[in-house]
Design a protein around this ligand. Sequence first.
Ligand code: PEP
Ligand code: MG
Length: 755
Amino acid sequence: MTAAAAARLILRNLLEVMASREPPQDKLDRVVRIVAENLDSEVCSLYLLRDGMLELFATRGLNQSAVHVTRMAVGEGLTGTIAESGETLNLAQARAHVNFQYRPETGEDKFHSFAGVPVIHRERTVGVLCVQHVDPRRYEDVEIEALQTTAMVLSELIASAGFVDGEEAAGAERHAAPEVLGGLVLVKGLASGQVVFHQPRVTIHQLVAEDVEAERQRVYRAFARMREQIEQMTSQVEFGTGGEHDEVLETYKMFAYDEGWSRRINEAIDSGLTAEAAIERVQQRTRMRMREIDDPLLADRMHDLEDLSNRLLRIVSGQLGTAATQGLRQDTILVARNLGPAELLEYDRRRLKGVVLEEGSLTAHVVIVARAMSIPVIGRLGGMRGRVADGDEILLDGNKGTVTLRPSPAMREAFEVKNAAYRERQASYALLRDVEPFTRDGTRIEVMMNAGLRDDISNLALTGADGIGLFRTEFQFLVSATLPQRERQTRLYRDVLDAAGDKPVVFRTVDIGGDKAVPYLRSDALRDEENPALGWRALRLALERDGLLKVQARALLDAAAGRTLNVMFPMVSEPWEFDAARAVFEEQLAHIRARRRRLPEAVRYGVMLEVPALAEVLDQLLPRIAFISVGTNDLTQFLFAADRANPKLAERYDWLSPAILRFLARVVGSMRGYPVDLTVCGEMGGRRLEALALLGLGITRLSITPAAIGPVKELVRKVNLTELQPQMQRWLADPPKDMRTALGAWALAHDIEAE
Ligand code: PEP
Ligand code: MG
């Protein structure tokens, strides 16, 4: 009989045992007998964890008097070693192993060979299943395979019969103990709640196959579907739905077509498992291998395989939704490898309290959206998903960049104290709502806010911002399943203008592409892009798809009837692009005029300065525009040639680097004498030390995330520009070794808190 056939027989018999009404002990006695007989083994024993100790629960071949008598600690003897490491042992000579221990009461001295596998339930070892022979022989791979498959099915039997509970599992201690992990602060703030996986774990209802051929067909179909999905994602890298990175997609592709992987799943099906159980079984093995890998690059790739395996599992089981669609917990802390902005927007923001990402970078759009939603985010916590379980309590300190898993009461208490202080500080910022931000020497700084969602509008009144310096119109496109109709666009823009009253609002025309996914706007032109961030995006796309820009122009002009419209074009690289975009608006204006409909009182045109080339030709453009807004997010990515969404580069370049500051100083200089407003609207301006540097460069208008308005206003009121600006000039001429340290020290000396 082949090993697969043996395993199938074992599983079929186990199924019978599971279904029978025998007392639990009798069931286990039958289990070891079935395994021993079918694997032709002289001994088969099952050890289970009880009160933290491994106890012999059933045996066929060892002395029956040892049952419930022989006990050993996790880590002790061969069985303890397997429980501790979660790995299989296959030994021709058991006594040759360093951890071998002899237990006389079992009568095992005559057996030489030994093979044991962990019994794992919900990623925790709950016991050990082993076989022994008199002959010193190494077990064949197929035998080990059969043993492992048996252990997997057995784990369900053991758990459902209540022999062990989750808390008793080996390694549970590691998982239950508090743990503090450090990551990168992406959005500030504090939050506590329970872990929810963005991609929920698939529940496997049936482990043993009734029809092996049918299961094989299910896996074939799932593989085909998964490959289709990967192909689709690769062909739309520009608009990748999960924020996946090229490299990850490449690896997905490699694994999706990897014959070894599909073969192993097929073998597991051969041994009698259902498609779901077979995928899970192979994944378990991968996880074990992952633990042994020291190379971070390889470990990353193994995570990719794990992701893909989960995808396959979701497809085959039909459990497709993300946590957003499955009834969210009250205080959810979302845990994901990465997210796309549209995916985050699907969540109920009243229940979503925080986000932890294994990847993530400061200026990725998902992070900008989270910032707009005032949801703290910590990123760069590699391997996070393996360290927590769904429902684990978690504290997220988005000021220090730490997460505390399963906190002790003392930790919880300390966190509450910190949270209270944080809230107090936030409340003190709220007091500044109606205070106009003047510097100590009397310069009025305009502190405006960035927005993009309808819900953001209320922040205008809450923060006392001077207006909306950047309204990202593409957010409406991101949250829609289809291209938003003109009427819907008009309604949103009108509501924003109504809420703003006398305060100015700067609408930026759609900026899609890069990491902003709009699945309904596909094009062949996007298929072959190697560098989407440098590709056909923002205004470049809008000018060619001018139907899209026309509709938006009309919607904006209609919404601003009788008022001033400030409209700004993203990613302008050369002045003609501005002219072309403006012409689209002028054409719509003429159209409205011809129909004798109400026009805006004035239309002010401006550009985003985010492509460095534009800075070199500003003199050409300045006479034609009313304002410029510097988008430091893209500007930094282009100045440093560093993908803003690439987590590996997240901490590499500092906004306070002399290169950026000198660049901005030059822009400020070239605008002197022109009646053109200059604003900085990238994420940089919302950080206190960075805002201080911008004031030092002579910038007096910032548009920032709502949560930063209070902190920046408070900072403005402490600054004396006549002291700061000459110092900044000196630093620009002769940069200190570390600008951040120098500026921080200067701030401290002037009684200004850096954070
Ligand atoms: C920027 O690039 O700095 C900017 C403000 O625009 P976005 O982040 O939407 O690209
Ligand atoms: Mg930009």
